[in-house]
Design a binder for this molecule. Sequence first.
Ligand code: FES
Ligand code: FES
Length: 146
Amino acid sequence: MTTMRINGRAFQSSSAPNTRLLDVLRNECDLKGAKEGCGEGECGACAVLVNGKLVNSCLVPLGQMEQAEITTVEGLPEDSALARAFVHCGATQCGICTPGMMLAATALLAEHANPTLEEIRWGLSGNLCRCTGYGRIYAAIAQAAG
Ligand code: FES
Ligand code: FES
């Protein structure tokens, strides 16, 4: 049994320790925000925060999550400055990358309240978007910070 907190709520899973965190979130918790893109740690579509750090949940085994604090996109405030900025800047199109982008941005802004463009690029360097060309996403994060 693995015990953790997900979006502020206690959760226990009896799945095998090598079960991917991504599968626990999507299949056991019905939290579908984290997406499976590559399944190999390359795209960031499955990103979540574990103890405040950005991780790709497709690479993380459940067995490493004992007592972890996990935040998915569903756990972010609905009407945050970041969410409003994504909408205002048109930073989402198909939306597949958006949950991971929001969590990467959250982790970035926790470390750099007023990030430079270079810091924004670096903070999102593990998150791929095939639609927006990134400029609008960077603009949204700068707007949320400002
Ligand atoms: Fe996890 Fe691509 S699905 S990094
Ligand atoms: Fe489609 Fe980013 S909005 S992949």
